[in-house]
Design a protein around this ligand. Structure first.
Ligand code: ATP
Ligand code: MG
Length: 446
């Protein structure tokens, strides 16, 4: 092998992540791509847990891999996801057709059907996890991304539709986002299948009269799924779409009343929204209420959260028919938004950094740090390599970089007197504290 070939082979060997699939790194690791860091991520998760608990939603986990048929049956064959975005493969051991989940709802419904979970009454559920779609990677659009997914199964009334929307608002508030300013709510009603059918006929007639203006995707959809033409992002088609018959005008009395009831709650709590009669969502399973939370700050990846009612899906996937409503929130997109807005994130840095000069006996130091941690203090201990802990100076540099407010200095003299020096790193007086009575001073570090 020539030298050149050899380096080429080495290069080819370099192991990197799959395109469009990202590492979420700790803040201290420099990142090349604009992505949220893990501190932001954890803060999001903490906020989510609090909000979910405050509405009485229970957490669950379902597998990342599901039978391909689940998504084909659940999402509809003529959807972007099923047509071209699914990571599907054949299990080489047994020939099963499998898919990496592109969304969470179908898996959750499958699980609840399988365990007869709705037998004892309705359920409010949430999960967080990775989803996979083979799309063109760009800012806010990835091949592996994460969703918060919230579902209420077995509830028919508009109260739960409104609750879903209010929960999202509570989450925005917990994270410091202002609704109406950073994120805006759009809602629509897709009515019931019979109303959709009448609207569909009108759509086919309308677009059929203007066939020459349809792009290739829309030509194909004209007879398979004309409603999805309204979802087209092609700027050249917008004028045509603007003039299309509105589903809203085909809603019967019951659908209209359901929609009005949702709106009445939003109005009562002063939540502003826009009725967007062109909002249709990407999956076939939706009916009645659909909604999206959108932002103007992320370019064309502007939808951070989308959901709606899907009363037919549970039955369609083999369960005893029951109504349901839910939403999915794109975590990367939302965190990019928080990052862009530079909203303050609660400090997760250690309260204190333990400086351990060379030669310090470790057992009493580590025993003390354990007591501090038990008292709720976040302490990062300086840890050395095989050659020892490193100089005083380099340890202080690390203490500074850690973001801690205090350095705990375990010098030989102090230890001999049963004490430790507490040095504020952002101004203030250094003090001595007794090792024997941690509880008397631990809280001063918080
Ligand atoms: P879009 O119109 O942007 O493709 P979608 O309608 O396909 O979104 P949903 O299936 O409703 O998206 O998923 C819910 C949320 O998940 C979206 O609102 C978005 O925030 C996020 N999301 C969807 N696809 C991706 C992706 N490829 N990368 C990152 N986030 C995504
Ligand atoms: Mg999509």
């Amino acid at each position: 092998m020539t030298i050149e070939n050899n380096t080429a082979a080495k290069k080819a060997e370099k192991l990197v992540a799959v395109k469009g699939m990202n590492d979420i790194l700790p803040p201290s690791v420099p990142r090349t791509e604009k992505l949220p860091d893990s501190a932001l991520w954890q803060w999001f998760e903490t906020s989510v847990r609090q909000v979910m608990a405050s509405y009485g939603y229970q957490y669950l986990l379902t597998p990342i891999v599901e039978p391909t048929a689940l998504f084909v049956r659940g999402l509809g064959e003529v959807t972007d996801i099923v047509e071209k975005e699914m990571y599907s493969f054949t299990d080489s051991m047994n020939g099963d057709k499998l898919t990496l989940r592109p969304e969470a709802t179908a898996g959750i419904v499958r699980a609840m059907n399988e365990h007869n979970a709705l037998y004892n009454g309705p359920l409010r559920l949430w999960t967080i996890g990775a989803m996979f779609r083979h799309e063109r990677p760009q800012k806010g659009r990835y091949r592996q991304f994460h969703q918060l997914d919230v579902e209420a199964l077995g509830y028919a009334g508009p109260d739960v539709d409104a609750e879903m929307i209010l929960m999202a608002r509570s989450l925005w508030r917990a994270l410091g986002l202002v609704e109406g300013q950073h994120v805006r709510l759009e809602i629509n009603s897709l009515g019931q299948p019979e109303e959709r059918k009448q609207h569909r006929d009108a759509l086919v007639a309308y677009f059929g009269q203007h066939q020459e203006q349809l792009d290739e995707d829309s030509q194909r959809r004209l007879h398979t799924n004309p409603l999805r033409i309204l979802d087209s992002k092609n700027p050249a088609m917008q004028a045509l779409i603007e003039g299309a018959p509105r589903l809203m005008d085909f809603l019967g009395e019951a659908s209209r009343a359901h929609f009005d009831a949702v709106r009445a709650v939003l109005d009562a709590v002063g939540l502003e929204y826009r009725v967007n009669t062109r909002l249709v969502r990407g999956m076939d399973y939706y009916n009645l209420t659909v909604f999206e939370w959108v932002t103007d700050q992320l370019g064309s990846q502007g939808t951070v959260c989308g959901g709606g009612r899907y009363d037919g899906l549970i039955g369609q996937l083999g369960g005893k028919p029951a109504p349901a409503v839910g939403f999915g929130l794109g975590i990367e997109r939302l965190l990019l938004l928080l990052q862009e807005l530079k909203l303050p994130v609660p400090d997760a840095a250690p309260h204190a950094y333990a400086v351990v000069p060379p030669g310090t006996p470790l057992p009493p130091v580590m025993a003390l740090l354990e007591q501090l941690r038990a008292a709720g203090v976040r302490v990062q201990q300086h840890a050395g390599g095989a050659d020892g802990p490193g100089s005083f100076k380099s340890q202080f540099k690390k203490a500074d970089a850690s973001g801690a407010r205090f350095a705990l200095i375990f010098g030989g003299d102090e230890l001999a007197q049963g004490q430790v020096s507490v040095k504020p790193l952002r101004g203030g007086e250094q003090v001595l504290r007794p090792l024997a009575d941690v509880s008397s001073w631990a809280t001063s570090l918080l």
